[in-house]
Design a protein around this ligand. Structure first.
Ligand code: ADP
Ligand code: GLC
Length: 478
């Protein structure tokens, strides 16, 4: 099977969050199943190096305001297609946001161009390679099936994957012609969404199949509380909606070989973890102590519930816990965490920024990772936590609920607990979960048993890659 992936980011070339990790990992897991995946992403400056030596496989005289081409190159075991459109993507800074911290004002044109180029590849192929199926990811690729709809003739089936329904790509209806959409596509069955244009809605309405990144999130999305206005559409399409759990790249995230750690370790020998903890305490200026070292590695947004954690800091410190925070995002949250570190310099450390290597060391050196998300389509940091024996303390929602087994009495007796869950998602219950974690940590035998179990928990892509393949095959039978 030939499969075209269309997405706005891909590890290890350009990443702002979990989407990139998934796009960089699934193709490797599909390859042994006989799937040949090509990945189309924009040629942002961050991927510029890849363009050198790449071959030009498609040209556009005018792609939404300027000339553009598609470059093909093999790198890091992935077959990349780069949309080189300097007028849209050759910009410094964040790939979605301008220097003012707001969305780039032409984000509609930028990602319509990505979807349009994806549709052209779907129709024409690249040389002798023609996709049998297209997998479009998130709102940035949402218009792809709308452009395919404009083509007279055969087009491959499209699967749209929802990584986060909070981002829908909603733009003014007056943009219809500029986005090269036809007036007859502005309907409730098409791109129209409450009088506006929604890229994600278009993808969900016009794709053969829809997937999202965990079974629980698939169910949640059909409720008004989580569907964010698209729950009705998803209920109507529930026969085509599949929740497939994310996995992680077991080569990139491996405590036995991770070069970002100061000492490697394994389930059989956990000793190295202590050296990583010491290094982490030094990096965050924390004192040595007996209690658990918690960490947070996260975008700082309201989704991630980090405002709830702020309220729990006095309790966490009072119980002898420590906390290392790596993240960036909402300036108010950034400030609040820096303030908390100033208030408790021995116990709380904050580094504002994005640092891939440090994120690995945090998984290697912490005892527990806190993820109090209000909603979480899947979440990857709890999976890294499991693999590194850094027990996840998670809100019971979406993929967090699907991947962590709470250390309740029954699970402890059955020897199957791998972390701590809490619900409802409030500061009080988070504080209670932190207290439960501290109590478990004080029982070294119970704790190390949980660590070993967590490290054995399957978090690779094997099962989910076959589930994706089944959905692609079902899409072909439309
Ligand atoms: P989301 O995609 O919603 O941000 P995920 O848990 O799926 O959440 O993925 C987040 C990814 O981004 C993980 O790989 C995590 O390690 C990484 N990450 C988040 N913040 C940072 C940061 N400040 N520095 C380095 N990596 C980060
Ligand atoms: C989104 C979600 C996150 C998920 C990631 C990859 O960013 O917020 O939960 O793990 O996509 O699918």
């Amino acid at each position: 099977m030939n499969l075209l992936f269309v997405a706005s980011e891909c590890t290890p070339f350009v990443k702002t969050g979990g989407l990139a990790d998934v796009i960089g990992a699934v193709p490797k897991a599909l390859e042994p199943l006989g799937v040949d995946v090509r990945i189309l992403i924009p040629a942002y400056p961050a991927v510029g190096g890849l363009c050198v030596g790449a071959s030009n496989v498609m040209s556009f005289d005018d792609l939404f305001g300027g000339p553009a081409r598609v470059l093909a190159v093999q790198a890091e075991g992935l077959q990349m297609l780069l949309l080189d459109a300097p007028h849209l993507f050759d910009r410094k800074g964040n790939i979605y946001l301008g220097p003012d911290g707001q969305d780039w004002p032409d984000n509609d044109m930028r990602f319509a161009a990505l979807s349009f180029a994806g549709a052209q590849i779907a129709i024409q192929g690249i040389g002798s390679w023609k996709p049998d199926v297209v997998n479009a990811h998130d709102w940035q690729a949402g218009l792809l099936p709308a452009y395919l709809q404009q083509h007279n003739g055969w087009t491959p089936p499209v699967v749209t994957t929802i990584h986060n329904i909070a981002f829908q790509g909603v733009f003014d209806a007056t943009r219809l012609a500029a986005l090269r959409l036809n007036a007859d596509q502005f309907t409730t069955q098409g791109v129209e969404y409450y009088g506006k244009i929604s890229f994600l809605k278009a993808g969900l309405a016009l794709s053969e199949k829809i997937t999202t990144v965990s079974p629980s999130y698939a169910a949640e999305l059909m409720s008004a509380d989580f569907g964010m206005g698209l729950d009705g559409l998803l209920r109507a399409r529930q026969g085509d909606l599949h929740g497939i759990l994310n996995g992680i790249d077991l080569d990139v995230w491996n405590p036995e070989s991770d070069t970002a750690l100061v000492a490697n370790y394994s389930q059989r020998s956990l000793k190295g973890k202590a050296s990583n903890r010491e290094e982490l305490e030094a990096r965050f200026g924390l004192s040595k102590g007996e209690g658990p070292l918690f960490c947070v590695v996260s975008r700082m947004t309201s989704q991630k519930g980090l405002d709830l954690l702020l309220e729990c800091i006095p309790d966490l410190v009072a119980q002898g816990g420590k906390l290392a925070v790596l993240g960036s995002g909402d300036p108010e949250l950034e400030r609040a965490y820096v303030d908390a570190s100033n208030r408790y310099p021995d116990a709380i450390g904050t580094i504002i920024g994005y640092d891939e290597d440090l994120s690995h060391l945090m998984q290697g050196g912490s005892d527990a990772i806190l993820i109090p998300s209000r909603f979480e389509p899947c979440g990857l940091t709890q999976l890294y936590g499991l693999r590194y024996g850094t027990l996840p303390v998670v809100a019971r929602t979406g993929g967090l609920a699907d991947t962590v087994i709470d250390a309740n009495e029954a699970a402890l007796l059955a020897d199957c607990a791998t972390g701590i869950q809490f619900a409802p998602i409030t500061a009080t219950m988070l504080s209670h979960a932190i207290a439960r974690t501290c109590a478990l940590f004080a029982k070294p035998k119970v704790w190390s048993g949980m660590m070993r179990r967590a490290m054995r928990h399957p978090v690779g892509w094997d099962l989910s890659a076959s589930a994706y393949l089944d959905v692609y095959k079902a899409a072909q039978e439309r």
